[in-house]
Ligand binder design. Structure first.
Ligand SMILES: Cc1cc2nc3c(=O)[nH]c(=O)nc-3n(C[C@H](O)[C@H](O)[C@H](O)COP(=O)(O)OP(=O)(O)OC[C@H]3O[C@@H](n4cnc5c(N)ncnc54)[C@H](O)[C@@H]3O)c2cc1C
Length: 298
């Protein structure tokens, strides 16, 4: 299949892209890596009248360390860079660990962090991983009715960004410009794992975990997020809370895994039924929480 016809704008800068998105007469979509959007066009699941290509916007492709020691990832940072950038490996090793699970290298060389988050696919790895890290999204649009070129920006907790399957808090005239990952605290460990039918396929289920231990080895903070565990990328707050205030013993880890499996809301489809997905969530949660706790100890 070929895509329906569309106008194409290669934006040279962020303001040019925001200007194009702000124009109300044409339904306009951002084009990032194209790894989800182009198949959607070809299958006629989307038919925007205009695409604004973000690939020429240098400021969206930066990886920066923030003043607080966290990371700011520009929306156009490619998945492959998450695997290879030493700063990312140092500051947010969970991203480097999870990125190789996304599709294949060819797709990872084009697909972007911003595209993956904006697409809001509950089966995608990065939204779950970024939720576990407590990330926030930076969003920009052109001022409505204001001077041409004047920008309005907002920041949102990622948890408030995902509203439904493939549905986010982004307005049609808004662009996701960056993702901010807070600094990791001393005593923190993270881990990710998933099960897919074949390497590179979307996961049947996946789990990301972050555990922080105090000097006595007691967990004082934990976060667990699921890939394909519900209709949106989801943080399992209740399950993570069961870990806080005690040492992450095998019994405590198993209790958190059971709570995750009980409270998640996985879909049933041709690849796996609900019961099997719950089973995977339980097994993977136990595995990644104990791995994260082990890393926190060392
Ligand atoms: C064969 C195949 C297998 C795949 N397997 C996996 C997998 O296992 N796991 C996984 O997570 N992903 C997988 N993907 C998807 C891939 O990771 C995509 O790269 C990602 O979902 C979207 O990123 P993109 O940069 O390609 O965005 P695009 O396809 O360009 O855009 C996706 C959507 O987001 C919007 N958008 C993009 N950037 C912005 C922005 N900055 N601001 C606002 N809106 C924006 C677009 O308008 C569009 O609606 C797979 C893709 C293919 C083709």
């Amino acid at each position: 299949m070929k895509p329906p016809p569309f106008e194409y704008v290669a934006a040279a800068g962020l303001d040019e892209a925001l200007e194009a998105l702000a124009e109300p007469s044409l339904e306009t979509r951002a084009l990032a890596g194209g790894q989800s959007l182009v198949p959607m066009l070809n299958f006629r699941l989307a038919a925007p009248e205009r695409l604004v290509d973000l690939n020429g916007i240098e400021e969206l492709a930066r990886v920066e360390e923030t003043e607080s020691g966290g990371l700011r990832l520009g929306a156009m940072v490619r998945h492959l860079r998450l695997e290879r950038d030493p700063l990312i490996a140092r500051r947010a090793p969970l991203l480097a660990e999870a990125a190789p699970f996304i599709a294949h290298p060819q797709i990872r060389s084009r697909g972007t962090v911003g595209g993956s988050v904006a697409h809001a696919d509950p089966a995608a790895e990065l939204p779950a991983v970024l939720l576990t890290l407590g990330a926030r999204v930076r969003i920009a649009r052109r001022s409505r009715g204001g001077e041409p070129g004047s920008r309005v920006e907002r920041t949102l907790d990622l948890e408030d960004f995902f509203l439904g399957p493939f549905f986010s808090a982004l307005e049609p005239d808004e662009l996701l410009t960056a993702i901010e990952v807070p600094p990791s605290a001393p005593g923190e460990g993270t881990a990710f794992d998933e099960v897919a039918r074949r390497r590179g396929d979307y996961a049947l289920a996946g789990v990301a975990a972050r555990v922080r231990l105090d000097s006595r080895g007691v967990c004082d903070e934990a976060a667990i997020s699921l890939v394909n565990g519900g209709s949106t990328p989801c943080l399992m707050r209740e399950a993570a809370r069961t870990l806080v205030g005690a040492e992450p013993t095998p019994e405590a880890v198993e209790a958190a895994a059971a709570a995750c499996a009980e409270t998640c809301e996985p879909a049933a489809d041709m690849h796996a039924n609900e019961a099997y997905r719950r089973h995977l969530v339980r097994t993977l949660t136990a595995r990644v929480v104990s791995r994260a706790a082990g890393r926190a100890r060392t």
